[in-house]
Structure formats: C-alpha cells, structure tokens
Design a protein around this ligand. Structure first.
Ligand code: DX5
Ligand code: ZN
Length: 216
C-alpha cells in the first residue's frame, strides 16, 4: 500500500509564529503544508493571500497544498501558482468553468484539485476525472478549524475511491481528521489527510503524525 500523506493545516496556529510553526512541521516530516485561503465571501473568515504563501515558500521546503475557499478563483490562481503552490484546489461549488480553471492551474505544471463540500455529490467529478490530480472531500463545512467530523463523508470517500479506480489521483480528506477518525477515512480509501487542530494542538506532533498515518 502507498504511504498515507499528512498535510497539517496551519489555520488554527498563531500567525505571529508561522516561521517556527512551519519549521517544526517540517522537522516532523509533514508531506505537505495545507494552506487555507479564505476571502470572507465564499466562507466567513478572511485568512491570507499569495504574499504569505510566497514568504512561506522562501523559508521552507515543504510542498504547499493551497486550498482556495474564495469566489472567482480564476482571478487569483496565477498569483498563487507564482507564489510557489505545489497543489492548488478549488471548490466545485459556485464555479461554472471548473474545466477551464483546472487547466489554468495545470498550465503551471502543478497539481490541480477539486474540493467537494459535504452536500455535493461525488459523481460531479466524473466528467473531469481525466483532468484532475487531486480530489478533496470536505468532512466539515469549510470555514473554520476544530469542527466535528461529518460521518457521512466516509461513504463519499468510498465513492470517490471507486470513481478514481487505478488513476494516479490523490484522494484527500479535510475537516475533523484526528486520531479517532483517521483510521476510518484511510480504510475508506483516503491517502492524503489534512489535519489542523489535531496536529497544531498536539504536544508530540511527530507521534501524532505517525498515528494519523494509521500506524499504531
Ligand atoms: C476548514 C479548513 C481546514 C481546517 C481543518 O475550512 O479547510 O483545512 O484547517 O481543521 P481541523 O483539522 O481542525 O478540522
Ligand atoms: Zn482546508
């Protein structure tokens, strides 16, 4: 079986200490850093933009997984790609030109992903499955860290796994992933776990990341 990748989200960490937080996440062998970009319109909070992503890229070698929770992502994709994103994902909801957006991302030779909110059917990815590198199943409603995992996401991960079949597409899950929920999402087929509070609040991040990978 392929290794389970872990992408800590820095959303609930102190942004005043980002450099040391990221250094620590790098030392404990995170596979990606998950960066939640929120615009106060698509979701209530406003986080940060491409300038911070670019600064992070300069100070760290962890690949960057940029999750765009913004309206009109096509206006900002060029900036995030140039800032050093290694994956850019956009929500299916609210975007009427997803195919075009995916190819805008791929024109930078980086991975392009689709994110599905809890209410969105998984089969919407079918027509563009040959174009995408990454599918992210939201297991909370996007907007905040530290929310409770929505159980019905497990069925959606299974459905996505079936649709992906043997294609080389990352199957990611985001929201409420912790030591209690990691095993069911891995068993359902997720191979990329985004975890915010479970890692940021942990006193032993190395051990937590190891356990999130499904290792006892
Ligand atoms: C929520 C974000 C998540 C968030 C996850 O909208 O997309 O990435 O940081 O936080 P936890 O793991 O605490 O649910
Ligand atoms: Zn996220």
């Amino acid at each position: 079986m392929n290794k389970i990748m872990i992408a800590p989200s820095i959303l609930t960490s102190s942004f005043l200490n980002l450099e040391s937080v990221i250094k620590e996440l790098e030392e404990v062998e995170s596979d990606y850093l998950h960066l939640d970009i929120m615009d106060g319109v698509f979701v209530p909070q406003i986080t940060f933009g491409a300038k911070i992503v670019s600064d992070i890229k300069k100070s760290s070698s962890i690949p960057l997984d940029v999750h765009l929770m913004i309206v009109n992502p096509e206006k900002h994709i060029d900036d995030f790609a140039k800032a050093g994103a290694d994956i850019i994902s956009v929500h299916y909801e609210g975007n009427i030109h997803i195919h075009k957006i995916i190819h805008q991302i791929k024109s930078y030779n980086i991975k392009a992903g689709i994110v599905l909110n809890p209410h969105t059917r998984v089969d919407v990815i079918e027509p563009i499955i040959e174009d995408i590198d990454y599918v992210l199943i939201m297991s909370v409603n996007p907007g905040f860290g530290g929310q409770k995992f929505i159980e019905s996401s497990v069925k959606k991960i299974r459905e996505a796994k079936k649709l992906i079949s043997n294609r080389d597409i990352i199957l990611a899950v985001d929201g409420g992933v912790n030591l209690n929920t990691c095993n069911i999402v891995i068993e359902a087929g997720a191979n990329f776990l985004v975890a915010g509070s479970a890692i940021i609040d942990s006193d032993n991040k190395k051990d937590t990341i190891n356990k999130l990978r499904g290792n006892k």
